[in-house]
Design a protein around this ligand. Structure first.
Ligand code: DAH
Length: 343
């Protein structure tokens, strides 16, 4: 075997010394080294004469030589074809690749997911519904009759081709759609975008986001509502936060309340955010009105439930110290990429 190895070494030197420039020389080289009756083939034939314990080593040397001879052929082929050495051999495959730019989550999505995940830990499932809604699901079923004064509370975008259609003004339409399905008990949170015909400014926008909650079962009480929301605010704003419920009015709940938390910016001392009251309003809630249950075909003598609804923009503004709600919808990547977490 020694002899064959020496021979390979000398073939290698021969190739090294070559400077193939023309197509004819290249073809001669190919035939001599790589052709069916060429040197590489012949050397392969030597394999059978090598002692079996040396086959491995011989195979390796031969393979390297074959590769070398082929690479040289490709290199010269390129030079003769383009007059240029192949750039392929200049590529450094060990260099790290270009990083793939991954986007970041929108701050509203981060806050919405955070809110939703707290309720998911309590066993609430996520439900969604249409943003283009009919009058019944957005207003009628929720006890907002045609002439109900509460309808003035919401400035609505109607679809001009069909006045029965509108852009939902709250995510409460999802409550109705879930209750209509008739599968009880119901324990859901409903995140989504809502629309109101308001002038766009730093503090308000014509669309924003809400998370609504609904729990319907036998024997659901106001105490359950309070305990659920206590858990929520402690997870959201910390164990030390204080809570107060103020009586309020929503046509779809009775009794209704609004919930405030002690200002998490100043700790209740009084600041601009809480308008020096020490309290920040975060949501509306109440016991689902029996009429709403009946509107959805649920027996209000057997079942009771609570509901709540909150905005996503406000906690996001406060959390991230943002002072203009319009930034959320301008899609300026420099703004958007700053946010990584809502916790
Ligand atoms: N739908 C109300 C709004 O958009 C928010 C709300 C209040 C939802 C009380 C509720 C609730 O489910 O019980 O202002």
């Amino acid at each position: 075997m020694e002899k064959v190895l020496e021979q390979i070494e000398s073939y290698k030197k021969e190739i090294e010394a070559l400077a193939v420039k023309g197509a004819k020389e290249l073809e001669e080289y190919r035939i001599k080294f790589l052709g069916t009756k060429g040197i590489v083939k012949a050397l392969m034939g030597e394999m059978k004469n090598v002692a079996s314990e040396q086959k491995k080593q011989f195979g390796q040397v031969l393979n390297e030589f074959k590769q070398y001879a082929e690479e040289k052929y490709e290199e010269w082929k390129n030079i003769t074809a383009n007059g240029q050495p192949s750039t392929a051999s200049d590529i450094d495959l060990t260099l790290p690749g270009d990083p793939i730019a991954v986007g970041s989550r929108h701050p509203i999505s981060l806050m919405r997911n955070h809110i939703v995940s707290i309720f998911q830990r309590l066993g609430f499932a996520v439900a969604e519904g249409p943003e283009i809604e009919d009058d019944w699901h957005n207003f009628g079923a929720l006890n907002l009759d045609e002439n109900h004064p509460a309808r003035d509370m919401q400035d609505t975008f109607y679809i001009h081709t069909n006045p029965d259609w509108l852009l939902r003004t709250h995510t409460s339409n999802i409550q109705i759609r879930e209750m209509e399905k008739g599968k009880l008990p119901i324990r859901i949170v409903c995140p989504g975008r809502v629309y109101r015909n308001e002038t766009i400014s730093a503090r308000s926008h014509c669309y924003f986001h809400q998370v609504e909650g609904l729990y319907i079962d036998e024997n659901v009480s106001f105490a359950d509502l309070k305990q659920t929301l206590y858990f929520f605010v402690q997870e959201m704003y910390g164990k030390d936060v204080k809570v107060r419920f103020r009586p309020s009015y929503f046509p779809f709940t009775e009794p209704s309340a609004e919930m405030d938390v002690s200002c998490f910016i100043c700790g209740g001392e009084g600041c601009n955010i809480c308008k020096h009251t020490g309290w920040v309003e975060i949501l509306g809630c109440g016991m689902v009105h029996p009429k709403v249950l009946e509107n959805c075909g649920i027996d209000s003598n057997k079942y009771t439930g609570f509901a709540f609804g909150m905005g996503v923009e406000r906690p996001a503004l406060l959390k991230y110290g943002i002072n203009d709600i319009r930034l959320f919808s301008e899609n300026d990547v420099r703004f958007l990429k700053q946010f990584t977490s809502a916790t």
